[in-house]
Design a protein around this ligand. Sequence first.
Ligand SMILES: [Zn+2]
Ligand SMILES: [Zn+2]
Length: 197
Amino acid sequence: MGFGNTLLCMSFKKKSFYEEVRVARRIKGMTQAALAKVVNCKQSAISMYEAGHSDALAYKTITIVAEALGLTVPQEVVAVAESKHIELSSLKYCPIDDCPSNIPYVAGGELHFKPAMIKSLKHENRRCSFCGEILQDCCPNESCGMPITDGGFCSYCGDSYITVTRMMRGSLDEWAAKRCGVIKELRSMSETVRHIA
Ligand SMILES: [Zn+2]
Ligand SMILES: [Zn+2]
């Protein structure tokens, strides 16, 4: 590619989103203050964002800015927001075996529980919506303690996430099937309550 072509490419370089915002705002004849009022943020934040400080606006605000100006948030901006969100959140589960958030099943003649995984902010002390216990985000095996992955077992040490505390008599399969029925009922009830509230 010759020098002329390089120049051509540079002049047709895709605009960054903050540049698009600035241009679209001016075309609409809006001041930074007017846009800030529409999207409910400070004018200084708009000013910083348009100057290329991509962290000046929260992702949610960026989507509102885009909507107000008739722009589409580009994929790379969405990807950055998503990667930040993934870093901040982790899977959590309720460690109580009798809690309805944990589904019992029998495998190899043993009772296990598959926890419902909830995505939650890492530093938030989120409680189980069923039993109120603080949700856990690490393997309960003290010599392991690795982050939770989806499923019922730690993929690092193989321990169950949920320790079975109840004494079982009779058929495990029968108990598990019955318990699943009860859980289904409890969950639909709590959903009904949520709809009413
Ligand atoms: Zn619970
Ligand atoms: Zn583990």
